[in-house]
Design a binder for this molecule. Sequence first.
Ligand code: ADP
Ligand code: ZN
Length: 804
Amino acid sequence: MQAKNIIEVIVDVPTMQTDRPYDYSIPEDLKDLIQPGMRVQVPFGSRNLLGYVISDPKATTDFEGELKDITALLDDEPVLSPEMLALGKQIAAENFCFLVEAYHTMLPNLLKVDYDKYFLPTTSISYREHAQYFSDFNEISWAEAEEKGYLADLIKLKKDNKVSIDYRVEDRKRYKTEKWVQPLMGFDQLEDELQNVRKTAKKQLALVEVLMELDGKKVSAKYFEEFDIHMATLKAGAEKGWLSLFDQPVNRDPYANIVIEKSEKLQLQAQQERAFAAVKTAMDAQKDEVFLLQGVTGSGKTEVYLQLIQEALDKGQEAILLVPEISLTPQMVNRLKGRFGDMVAVLHSQLSTGEHFDEWRKLKNGQAKIAVGARSSIFAPLHNIGLIILDEEHETTYKQSDNPRYHAREVAKWRANKHGCPVILGSATPSLESRARAQNGVYTLLEMPERSNHQALPPVELIDMREEFRHKNYYQFSRKLRDEMQATMDRGEQVALMLNRRGYANFMQCRDCGYTFQCPNCDVSLTYHYHNKQLQCHYCGYNAARPQTCPQCGQTHLREFGTGTEKVEQEINELFPNKTVVRMDMDTTRRKGSHERMLKQIADKKADILLGTQMIAKGLDFPNITLVGIINADTSLYLPDFRAAERTFQLLTQMSGRAGRGDLSGQVLIQTYNPDHYALTLAQHHDYDTFYQTEMRYRKLNQYSPYFYTVRFTVSNFDDHTAMATAAKVAHMLREANVAGTKIIGPAQSTISRVNNQYYYQLLYQHRGNQAIHQVLQAIQDRAQNWSKDKIYVSIDVDPMTFM
Ligand code: ADP
Ligand code: ZN
């Protein structure tokens, strides 16, 4: 019998024109160590590249030349379980992407590095892990670590003795510290101190107040930054004897410095109890049943999730809770952490690579049992899943818009099937696809029509902005909205305003010749940002200073048109000079933790008005917000997307749900130029069912989802004509295939026809889920691999969620 010393490896080839596994031979010293799901380093051409072992050792190969040896084994245990290896194959096949892309998506960034640059001279287990720790703790890049000889050092240590490396890393860790503050005076003493501080020493006054609130509790110096108190003031405070500063070892727990309130288990109400019992039954039976939990905003869905997660834990199982965008849902995270503490691992994009890896590893080694996070958390490395939840299941962010273009809902169902556990899809406004499946009995519908505080849903009023114009009111605010804002704030309550557009103005135009400022790289207008007087492209990031004169006619009559959050903020300051606004959009929330800080300002009633883009519509629960205003409901209504009405309905319903969540009753004002549109009038009456029926008729008539499936092909090239011609070739292949019941729309220029100097064409292919479709798509994918050699890119998006 031949020795089994060959394995199959999926290699991460940067140019990506191939996706087949390659055979490699296993060197003697790795024979007993290597397993499927481990990462290896392999020679490929003239380089060494990262690869994933996807097979058990085998005895024979089809390869005719001499096999090369694996250069290094990078893990001492598989990073991809057999389940994940299989799931990757499924995702690659269904979404027409490369296997390596699927595997990459499942792993934390720390495990995906440029092996070419950091060639490893020895076969070293987990070396990379150690080295990454090392550079993280030292806050230096790999390149720098290498330059300084640290890495060579590390390798030498590693060769001699594995333990000493860990030891050294631990050592480094101890050196990395952070300044912390120990308050030295109690409340009364500090209150006396207040009298002694000069009234003009604003920072010091603020410091004393924060110390009083802390009531002796130690906190990180970072905690003070949100009050705009920095090191100089803290040092002054130390000199005055209010506090002492000390060094605290840093913990890479992203929630280490956040005070989390305990969240106590609530007595379930009848509608919650019914939903709970149905899911629990499926859990007990280990059934992969899919539930659509349709509960109005504030009906207590989250409490149901929490108690079912507790059930899973009680059974010794694990759970995954997906949220559309984790950084926008700090309250959800707090509720989970507040109930389950360290059992919760949070995965999100604002974590550092080290933090992210730690959270991932906690799940993998069983230290944490609940994974919370956005889309990619569906790949959490859990072993015995008892429940998977997708909150706000209708959100488009659950579908990845780049390769691999998977939908978290589909992956959830796949994993649920493997683990024998139920899936909950939660929403106040389910996607039409999910609701239709519930209607057909594919999913089980659970309804929670009442708010848990028994408050009625807030009354919603549509305000016809055409009337305002007739009355010569040129503000973004109708008279009614202004009056109600004033009245609300007079009562000491708060206001939330949504406008789905950041920046100051949508475009800038010359009033003499009509010239508009366009992005030089993209086919879109530049957006004007007032605070830095810059014109910016929201697609490619191009930036330019606002010119004084028109480049076409030389005149100076340049004007901004349209509105963004920045401009609305300015109007608020003009209309309500004594009120405080918090503006939340992509421009103001780039920094880590900025969401939390802003939301805390609202929670602590330090601000009167929360103004934001649709990021504020998600999951916020502020009892003192009693008025919600939507500045312009029309922005999402006329997007070139067959789901535009559905999106608008969902967004308005969700945003309306932010009003009156506590004991105070709320109201919602929606400003629009289309007060008769069904998406608006039905959102006004909280009438999901009628909306569903109306919209389903429209979808049927136009052969859209959920009646038809859609595949979108996008073709791009730097040459306009080549892109167009290739799109025509794709259309030709689809026509030739001639599958019954299909329809081709296009090719046509994409909505944004040029981005970053690439021309885009798209083509929609509608079908009825016929088996033959997959072969047709595969044939196109194979052709596309050839085209990609000429830098013509064809992407295949199965069931796309957005059309921009
Ligand atoms: P949803 O997720 O459906 O929007 P939440 O779970 O956030 O609703 O609940 C809305 C509010 O009602 C929260 O403040 C929550 O604490 C409260 N709540 C939920 N369930 C109960 C219950 N069984 N008893 C009392 N209050 C509840
Ligand atoms: Zn651009």
